[in-house]
Design a protein around this ligand. Structure first.
Ligand SMILES: [Zn+2]
Ligand SMILES: [Zn+2]
Ligand SMILES: [Zn+2]
Length: 254
């Protein structure tokens, strides 16, 4: 199994429109961050967690040639707005694409993309998608089980996912104890680390370092990164075993 980081940035992406700060004007390609998402390659199957507003660009530059399912963490704009760009995959691979998420997430996706799911939707000019609600139970996708992991994004409960020995927990400010129990024995753990300064709905570098200390994965990668964090300097200060994710990073999972 291989994970590709499609985007490692926070909701605005980095550079932020109109910002001239050192990170937004950096020449280090790792400081150039599209909105947060990963793809997972398992045998000849490809899965995507979240479809960001940058999904088309991310699919093209990572050479994504099929999508067998999409799993949504939650319905904030930076995680869903690229949904319409699944359409070419319907043409190439044939058949409908299943999308998964919590009931409220799927409800919002169906509302925001009303034209895709309405009874009157044209059959060939909108993505052909089937929605599936996950009620906290794992789902088996072509032999790979995805287990929803409940985290708190501010006060809102949303999903991260564990699949095999990897887990992807983007937007969160707290990992409840019962979810910590589901994150033992990981090879790879992705965590939200927006910046150093506390934020009401996101984890900071410091709180995510603490989560890594408690969960002891073999390797940890921080994502959903804002323009407060320069890649090189931030990573140099991290404990061993923790890296900042960057767009295009590929990780083989044991
Ligand atoms: Zn987000
Ligand atoms: Zn900036
Ligand atoms: Zn969010």
């Amino acid at each position: 199994m291989k994970i590709t980081v499609l985007g490692s940035g926070t909701s605005s992406g980095v550079p932020v429109i109109g910002c001239r700060c050192a990170v937004c004007t950096s020449s280090d390609p790792r400081d150039n961050r599209l909105r947060p998402s990963i793809s997972i390659s398992h045998g000849d199957r490809r899965f995507v967690i979240d479809t960001t507003p940058d999904f088309r660009t991310q699919a093209l530059r990572s050479g994504l040639e099929r999508v067998d399912a999409v799993l949504f963490t939650h319905s904030h704009a930076d995680h869903i707005m690229g949904l319409d760009d699944l359409r070419p995959f319907n043409f190439h691979q044939g058949g409908r694409i299943p999308i998964y998420g919590a009931a409220d997430t799927i409800g919002t996706v169906r509302q925001v993309f009303h034209y895709i799911f309405s009874e009157r939707a044209r059959t060939t000019f909108v993505p052909q998608l089937d929605t599936h609600v996950l009620n906290g139970k794992p789902v088996d996708l072509h032999g790979l089980a995805f287990e929803p992991i409940r985290v708190l994004h501010g006060r809102a409960p949303i999903y991260g996912y564990r699949f095999g020995n990897a887990a992807y927990l983007t937007d969160h400010s707290e990992i409840p104890e019962e979810s910590m129990e589901k994150l033992r024995g990981l090879d790879v753990l992705f965590l939200d680390a927006l910046r150093h300064k506390p934020h009401p709905t996101h984890s900071t570098v410091e709180t995510s370092v603490e989560s890594v200390r408690r969960l002891a994965p073999r390797r940890a990668f921080f994502t959903h990164i804002s323009h407060d964090l320069a890649h090189k300097e931030t990573e140099q200060a991290l404990p061993p075993g923790i890296q900042l994710a960057y767009d295009g990073l590929e990780i083989d999972v044991a």
